[in-house]
Ligand binder design. Structure first.
Ligand code: 5GP
Ligand code: MN
Length: 318
């Protein structure tokens, strides 16, 4: 395993100007991963490293040092390597075709899509991309300072749902323990990442719960928020993690689905399952992807039609 990490890192540091791409709807794992890699490349190797985001940064990650320097849909300077983190296809980074370079590397823990890159580390068993980056840095003897430890622990806490999801295991605790020893503070991360909600975002949770639907005697739970509501409450954002968490607290469910009608006829779908149901397979039917227990896709249909399509697809997997 370590030789993969040496080769991958050795190839990265041959480049001087690196653009780091993260996925749409950025979360703590892709942002933590990108900031950690950026910090090491800049501080320890004197490289130019820039992060590009296709969307604004969620407020729950604003406590992370340097997060405000991420380019939001802004044209980066010329670069000679594009490094994808927590995403395995350029399509989901939002980087326009005209801005792409030839060299693309990838480090990710999502299930593999149809595209492969000559230089990639894809480990779907890893809890998070931050876990892989921790192992990459340790294998290459790159020192991890307190700020970097905070980035990495944020990704782990985000993707394990604060050590609750099925990807929580012994390795996760061992790495978290090391990062805490360096100075990352799990209580602080939990507070900022999960517990700094606005009044309006909690009202949105109430709105979704009020309209909750149940199918197949409670095995499939579905929440949605329509364009009309979202367009009136746009600037408060959508707290999908809190809503997904609420849907997942129901006894006996096998699949939970949360739909957001972002634009008329554009519906974002979040799928979660506690164990056997493969969300990735369902999301793939609609051109999306993710992991077995958490995946997503976009359905370009009116909300009612999207609900019908996803419920029918979901029922087949229960
Ligand atoms: P969420 O429901 O939080 O948006 O996403 C759950 C997981 O699935 C995340 O790891 C996310 O990166 C992944 N995911 C969400 N939407 C898509 C998509 O359209 N395509 C792919 N490949 N992965 C997705
Ligand atoms: Mn992730």
């Amino acid at each position: 395993m370590n030789s993969i990490y040496y080769d991958f890192w050795g190839n990265i540091i041959k480049h001087n100007n690196i653009l780091i791409g993260i996925h749409e709807h950025p979360d703590g794992d892709c942002i933590g991963s990108a900031l950690a890699i950026q910090r090491v490349l800049k501080k320890q190797f004197g490289k130019k490293a820039t992060i590009y985001s296709p969307e604004s940064i969620p407020s729950c990650t604003k406590f992370l040092t340097g997060v405000n320097n991420i380019l939001i849909k802004e044209k980066p300077d010329d670069y000679d390597l594009l490094l994808l983190v927590d995403v395995n296809t350029v399509k989901r980074t939002g980087i326009p075709q005209s801005m792409l370079c030839e060299n693309i590397y990838c480090i990710d823990h999502h299930e593999r899509g149809s595209i492969t890159y000559p230089n990639e580390i894809i480990i779907p068993e890893a809890s998070s991309t931050c876990e892989i980056i921790y192992n990459l840095l340790i294998a290459n003897e790159c020192p991890i300072d307190k700020v970097c430890a905070e980035y990495l622990l944020t990704g782990i806490i985000c993707d394990t749902g604060d050590y609750a999801h099925t990807n929580t295991n012994e390795k996760v605790f061992l790495i978290s323990s090391e990062l805490t020893k360096i100075g990352a503070n799990p209580t602080k991360i939990n507070k900022f990442y999960f517990n700094e909600k606005s009044f309006k975002s909690l009202k949105l949770v109430g709105y979704v719960l009020n309209n909750l639907l149940s199918f197949e005697r409670g095995k499939l739970i579905l929440g949605y928020v329509d364009y009309n509501y979202l367009s009136k409450n746009k600037r408060y954002g959508i707290d999908s993690d809190t809503i997904n968490g609420q849907l997942q607290s129901i006894k006996g469910y096998k699949l939970s689905v949360f739909l957001r009608e972002l634009e008329p006829n554009v519906v974002r779908v979040s799928l979660r399952s506690p164990d056997k149901v493969d969300c990735n397979l369902i999301a793939k039917e609609f051109g999306g992807g993710g992991h077995k227990n958490a995946a997503g896709c976009t359905i370009k249909e009116p909300l009612n039609k999207a609900i019908e399509l996803i419920v029918n697809a979901g029922k087949k997997h229960l």
